[in-house]
Design a protein around this ligand. Structure first.
Ligand code: FE2
Length: 181
């Protein structure tokens, strides 16, 4: 590395030191935890916006029920975002800065289709919430391994909420039987 490169590297290290909140946890472990938490955060933002997208573009005879259910679910997802980002800062690491960063990290896929039927919307969100539960469980293991009990405890609540959303979406997305029930 040339002298300018070294100076730039030192500058970056100094800037990172400013944001290094003191913690008793090990640096290697907080790095892994922050990486996993930031990926979850990207997925939560992606699922939040997709849930709002389907809330805004809902149609059909169950409009009111589905429109309101998706609004409640999007509120719940949005409420997760700040605590996730702040856990990352509390363990001395940095978190997401932009929509661009979300799109690079998200594993939940966007749906930009012009029209999606109500049943497809519910089924797709049901699958996405199931994927989110998997990511949360994986992240819980990383937090446990790094002795980050506080993050792990928040994640337990979020898994419960995610399973509740999945349950509601699953039941609402079932096709009616011959009797109409
Ligand atoms: Fe709304």
């Amino acid at each position: 590395m040339n002298r300018a490169g070294v100076a730039q590297g030192n500058g970056r290290a100094q800037q990172q030191a400013v944001l290094a909140t003191p913690t008793d946890l090990q640096d290697a472990q907080t790095r892994d935890i922050a990486g996993a938490m930031n990926r979850v955060l990207a997925d939560v933002f992606a699922l939040y916006l997709k849930t709002k997208n389907f809330h805004w573009h809902m149609s059909g005879p169950h409009f009111r029920d589905y429109h309101e259910m998706l609004d409640e679910q999007s509120d719940q997802l949005f409420a997760m975002t700040d605590p996730i980002a702040e856990r990352v800062r509390k363990i001395g690491k940095t978190t997401l800065r932009s929509i661009g960063e979300i799109s690079r990290l998200q594993s939940i896929r966007d749906n930009d289709a012009d029209f999606v039927s109500p049943q497809q919307m519910l089924a797709e969100l049901c699958g996405d919430n199931k994927t989110l539960a998997t990511r949360l469980r994986e992240t819980h293991e990383v937090c446990d391994g790094g002795r980050d009990i506080a993050s792990a405890s928040l994640i337990e609540t979020w898994i419960e909420e995610t399973e509740r959303r999945t349950w509601y979406l699953f039941e609402a997305s079932r096709a009616p039987d011959k009797t109409g029930h």
